[in-house]
Unconditional design. Structure first.
Length: 379
């Protein structure tokens, strides 16, 4: 979607849910993020944030809330069910508001129905309320019918599974990737028989789902990034970022890197714990050596998204990958030509053996600061 198209969507939202709305308020927005409030009572306000990646709507928005309430995490996780449509943000927001009203036993607000309307052709304002409804009524009926069909397909899918469940589960996945998924399943069965089960059922099931969604993704198929399992382990991935913003210095650096070393990608290592998705993955840059872009010594990434405070179990791994891609560009990451990859790797392993004293990142609207990343020997 173009920036102008996204801005039109955001302005339309703001015109409905202004900062004085009685139930839901758009407090601030930019093309890559949205800040909202949900008014539970006169005194209790939920602060909700949304990150919008550059590949929207191909990649769904990333939602998180300033709360540790598991019920809210479940509400955000259900937003993954809404994955289609050119106005994905509007439809996810409608579901979010409706689910929050149910959670807090509040009446559904009638304004959410306005999110089903097509975006205004001109500037959002009073014209939206006068003179356009008759012209677009037929188009609205057609769009609503299309959305109803999509919703029906989603809710009826479980009923179809006994007949054609396998086909729908694997639909859109290439044969070589289906073979990888089958190999993982066989290895898991064998480990279970041998009594050598690693990880947890919860984490393994979620990681299989994430991998399947990635194999089905257009961003993966078009080569924006690639994923490989390390030693066939579901709990450790190598992710190669193959495409970054072509107007960025990082893109130019990767072109030079390709000429010098034959490598034109950024290699990331994702590792997962048994309690995933309730804890974030640990992500670091393996190669090339980068400076800036919120990349710390040893390749660790200073991103709120990857901390326990900023993480939500509702986030998909593809959204995380795309957000890292955007963050590296936004933070003006540069390739350090001539840096010793081996020494960086050794330094990272050495630091892992040491006790972390203090390491936290502080965040403000557009700035992320590594407040202190000193490591010290254990006493």
């Amino acid at each position: 979607m173009s920036v102008s198209g996204l801005k039109a969507e955001l302005k339309f939202l703001e015109s409905i849910f202004d900062p004085n709305h009685e139930r839901f308020r758009i407090i601030d927005w930019k093309p890559d993020e949205l800040s909202c409030q949900f008014n539970v009572t006169g005194e209790k306000l939920l602060i909700i944030h949304c990150n919008i990646t550059e590949s929207y709507p191909s990649t769904p928005p990333i939602w998180f809330v300033d709360s540790d309430d598991p019920s809210l995490a479940q509400v955000l996780e259900r937003l993954e069910d809404v994955r289609k449509g050119s106005t994905l943000l509007l439809q996810q927001l409608k579901k979010l508001i409706c689910d929050l009203c149910r959670l807090y036993n509040l009446p559904q607000h009638p304004d959410v129905e306005m999110l089903d309307q097509p975006l205004p052709a001109g500037p959002v304002g009073q014209d939206r309320k006068h003179g356009t409804e008759e012209v677009t009524s037929e188009e609205e009926d057609e769009e609503e019918m299309g959305e109803d069909i999509e919703d029906l397909d989603h809710y009826e899918m479980k009923e179809e599974e006994p007949v054609d469940g396998k086909k729908s589960e694997d639909d859109g996945i290439e044969k070589e990737n289906l073979a990888i998924l089958e190999k993982i399943r066989k290895n898991q069965r064998q480990d279970h028989l041998n009594g050598a089960v690693s990880g947890s059922v919860q984490a393994s099931d979620r990681l299989m789902k994430e991998l399947r969604e990635i194999y089905r993704s257009q961003s993966y198929k078009t080569g924006i990034y690639s994923v490989e399992l390390v030693n066939d382990s579901l709990y450790e991935w190598h992710v190669k970022l193959r495409t970054v913003d072509p107007d960025s210095p990082l893109h130019s650096d990767l072109q030079v890197l390709k000429e010098k070393e034959g490598m034109d990608y950024i290699l990331l290592n994702f590792s997962y714990k048994d309690n995933f998705p309730f804890d974030p993955p640990f992500v670091r840059v393996v190669s090339p050596v980068l400076s800036g872009g919120y990349v710390l010594g040893g390749g660790a990434l200073c991103m709120e998204l990857l901390t326990k405070q900023g993480w939500s179990s509702a986030y998909s791994i593809e959204s995380v990958i795309m957000q890292i891609n955007a963050t590296l560009v936004k933070g003006k990451a540069r390739v350090q030509f001539g840096a010793n990859k081996v020494s960086e790797e050794a330094s990272f392993k050495k630091k892992k053996k040491k006790k972390k004293c203090v390491h936290y990142c502080t965040f403000s609207s557009d700035i992320m600061v590594d407040s202190h990343s000193e490591l010290c020997e254990p006493k």
